[in-house]
Design a protein around this ligand. Structure first.
Ligand code: NAX
Length: 326
């Protein structure tokens, strides 16, 4: 049996946390030969609920679950940790402007970035799920100067998975036939799901649908899927978000398959002309615990405009919190 690794989950008492922790402990994220120590962080008023989640985890008798730590102290939560899933975030309250939301989250993610810097393994892999995920990831990264910026990522895998199912259903296939999906940019309504490079049974997806459906149905359905779930369920996506977080970390840690790729919000190195230093979602391949942005993906005029629009939004988000960044 391998030595246990430490996995920190923030917002662990929340609804995504409840759908996530049991799967991490079962081995779905890092493999069924990798024991884990769960380090669960939430705020003080949530400690009793978190204790209940811990009791349930214990009651599963997961062979891979070596230990569970519950805390409201980020310095304890991130101590020596190898993986961190930053799920807890400040939701938008009534009357709250986007700018207020960005600032409230900047406060949380700067504290957590510092705590990661001071306490975690220098090889930590960080996934930010809490919204606005890309900019929260940027804030955490900027507050962790001793850690490689490449170790901070944001989740667009849920959008990626949503897009795969939409195109599979439209073409009468299954997700097993869909490869090379890309979500470009921000995890928000400006994200750009790309069917030019996506393949269904090896054929370019864009050639299997008409442009009107692509622009009028596919793109808005993927962009607005989160809102549609809230309307139907009366609560935001939880199990599918947790599943996507598992997928993201599993791909990163254990690798992507063959020529296929996945969508990850990662530190931009200027690829495809995207501003360096933004956390932007690109097509990525993973190998040996590292990711790389897939180069040479076709970007026509239509894609270029969409990629620029979502880049613009990320630039504005960054500028709104610039005064809070070190
Ligand atoms: P919940 O409100 O159920 O849970 C959030 C938890 O975070 C609570 O237990 C809360 O006490 C905790 N928390 C708040 N501030 C904290 C802090 N400073 N430190 C530690 N814990 C803290 O929300 P849930 O439905 O679980 O969603 C969590 C986040 O995921 C939200 O920001 C949500 O917008 C975001 N999502 C992101 C998605 C993505 O694709 N990137 C999709 C799903 C989801 O909407």
């Amino acid at each position: 049996m391998k030595t246990p690794v430490r996995v920190t989950v923030t917002g662990a008492a929340g609804q995504i946390g409840y759908a996530l922790l049991f799967r991490i402990a079962s081995g779905a994220m890092l493999g069924d030969d990798q024991p884990v120590i769960l380090q669960l962080l939430d705020i003080t008023p949530a400690m009793e609920a978190l204790e209940g989640v811990k009791m349930e985890l214990e009651d599963c008798a997961f062979p891979l679950l070596s230990d569970i730590v519950c805390t409201d102290d980020p310095n304890v939560g991130f101590k020596d940790t190898d993986y961190a899933l930053l799920v807890g975030a400040r939701p938008r309250g009534p009357g709250m402007e986007r700018k207020d939301l960005l600032e409230a989250n900047a406060a949380i993610f700067s504290v957590q970035g510092k705590a990661i810097n001071d306490n975690a393994s220098k090889n930590i892999k960080v996934l930010v799920v809490g919204n606005p995920a890309n900019t929260n990831s940027l804030i955490a990264q900027r507050n962790a100067p001793d850690i490689d910026p490449r170790n901070f990522t944001a989740m667009t895998r849920l959008d990626h998975n949503r897009a795969m199912t939409q195109i599979a259903q439209k073409t009468g296939k299954t997700v097993n036939d869909v490869t090379n999906m890309t979500i470009w940019g921000n995890h928000s309504a400006t994200q750009y799901p790309d069917l030019f490079n996506c393949k269904v049974s090896g054929e370019a997806a864009i050639n299997l649908v008409d442009q009107a459906w692509y622009e009028g149905e596919f793109i808005p359905v993927v962009q607005q899927r989160g809102a549609a779930i809230i309307k139907a369920r009366g609560a935001s996506s939880a199990a599918s978000a947790a599943n996507a977080a598992i997928d993201h970390m599993r791909s990163w840690a254990l690798g992507t398959e063959g020529d296929d790729w996945v969508s990850m919000g990662v530190y931009s190195d200027g690829s495809y002309g995207i501003t360096e230093g933004l956390i932007y979602s690109f097509p990525c391949r993973c190998e040996g615990g590292d990711w790389s942005i897939v180069q040479g993906v076709e970007v026509g005029e239509f894609s270029q405009a969409k990629m620029a629009a979502t880049e613009q939004e990320l630039t504005e988000e960054r500028d709104a919190v610039q005064h809070l960044l070190p």
